[in-house]
Design a protein around this ligand. Structure first.
Ligand SMILES: [Zn+2]
Length: 270
């Protein structure tokens, strides 16, 4: 499908920050009584200002009361809890919203001047995650959480697309891992785009990494070299975005069924 939207987050490392500030503006406008469609405004802003074509479901995902990239962003920058749901704020009222917003603005500017950098730096954050992973994990499972990956986790409510499993972390968010079907970095050099990502539980993530399971490019049904794996031949339980066939083909050709396909990388790790 040639119309597949690719989200060029890499050109917009502050897309979440900018999108969130805009969201606060339009939410306030709405709470002040003006009739605005938050979804349409968000879609317009991301398209016009950030060159990002969100789908309507993704825009709605940003406003989800319990799983939204905005919630994680606010928590990371300020430690504050934030409920992005407009229904929630309608029930609280404009005054409560403005109070929260002031609190947020004060904490955000203080943190920014303390650190001396932008408060939410996607590239730096993913590099730190990467280094930490390489130091502490001896097997080769480089987990990089890019802004796109964080966004996608929210889209799937932190559930595995193959089995639907999630579990709650202390703090309440669910847990899943985003897997790049064609892995990032040498020697695979996959892309950090929506169509190369799948949300997985840790078990299915390991099976994917080690080439035990894959997805048929024709219908995204599960294939496995181990006949005891559950769900062989079944389609994905959850599919809210389009996975690009070329990445599935690459995985089947280069990683699936190969003995230790990632060993070369693992040996580089300390
Ligand atoms: Zn799973």
């Amino acid at each position: 499908m040639s119309t597949l939207e690719r989200i060029p987050w890499r050109r917009n490392p502050s897309a979440v920050e900018l999108g969130f500030e805009f969201y606060l503006e339009i939410l306030e406008t709405r709470l002040a009584g003006e009739e605005v469609s938050l979804v349409q405004k968000l879609l317009g802003y991301f398209h016009d200002k950030l060159e990002i074509d969100l789908r309507e479901t993704q825009a709605r995902g940003l406003m989800h009361s319990s799983a939204s990239v905005f919630i994680e962003y606010v928590k990371q920058v300020s430690g504050l809890d934030f409920n992005p749901s407009s229904e929630y704020w309608s029930s609280k009222g404009l005054k409560a919203f403005r109070h929260w917003k002031q609190h947020w603005a004060a904490l955000k500017s203080r943190k920014a001047s303390d650190v001396g950098e932008t408060p939410f730096e996607t590239v730096g954050a993913s590099r730190r995650t990467h280094d930490l992973t390489r130091r502490t994990v001896t097997i080769n499972r480089i987990i990089r959480d890019t802004a796109l990956a964080r966004f996608m986790k929210g889209l799937y409510d932190y559930r595995c697309q193959i089995c639907g499993y999630t579990f709650a972390l202390p703090g309440g968010l669910g847990y899943c891992e985003m897997h790049h079907i064609r892995p990032l970095g040498a020697p695979h050099n996959g892309d950090d785009v929506e169509g190369n990502l799948i949300a997985l539980c840790p078990l299915h993530h390991a099976m994917f990494d080690y080439g035990v399971i894959g997805l048929a490019p024709s219908d995204s049904s599960l294939v496995s070299i181990d006949p005891s794996v559950a769900g062989i031949g079944k389609p994905l339980i959850l599919q809210k975005h389009k996975i690009e066939k070329t990445f599935l083909e690459y995985h089947l050709q280069v990683i699936f069924g190969r003995e230790n396909p990632a060993r070369g990388l693992a040996e580089q790790a300390p």
